[in-house]
Design a protein. Structure first.
Length: 168
């Protein structure tokens, strides 16, 4: 592997993938060939890690409904990657990933039409745009603040300004 180093989990793979995209994506001054090579490597590693994950869970005979609802979704990962590819180049927009949700803040007004086309929705109470897959089902009526969401699901922030850096 040329671009990915010391990958043991899908979480590590996604984190390195985001770092590499920030650095080598054509919209950020990188080349299309390098981005394609990164994507190819990602897909190969993803398949290997996915198979490893599935072989570990194959031995479990009794699958409870809570297990099924908390099981890692590989389709979700693919959707998240597609959305990130579409929004990574917007300048002045802060991209924050909390669990399997993407939150956008910062200078978003000028991009509102593009966000709507991609599938983002406006959260008026949080003053941010958000995206999640159709698979999400809200289980309670409780409204969480962004700080509560960050504490519960974790947060990775990607700033798309001229410096493009990842903060965890």
């Amino acid at each position: 592997m040329t671009y990915f180093k010391n990958i043991e989990t899908l979480e590590q793979l996604r984190k390195q993938y985001r770092d590499l995209l920030k650095k080598y994506h054509p919209d950020n001054g990188g080349s299309e060939e390098v981005t394609k090579a990164i994507n190819t490597e990602y897909e190969q590693l993803f398949k290997v890690l996915k198979n490893r994950h599935e072989s570990k869970t194959a031995g479990t005979e009794s699958k409870s409904s809570s297990y099924e609802s908390n099981k890692y979704s590989f389709e979700e990962d693919e959707k998240l990657r597609e959305i990130l590819q579409k929004i990574i180049h917007f300048e002045g927009v802060t991209i924050e990933i909390c669990g399997s949700w993407i939150w956008l803040s910062g200078n978003t007004y000028q991009y509102r039409k593009e966000f709507k086309e991609i599938g983002f929705k406006w959260a008026s109470t949080k003053k941010q745009w958000y995206w999640h897959s159709e698979d999400y089902i809200k289980k309670s009526r409780k409204t969480l603040s962004m700080d509560d969401i960050r504490k519960k699901y974790g947060s990775t922030e990607v700033k798309t300004d001229s410096r493009l850096r990842l903060e965890a």
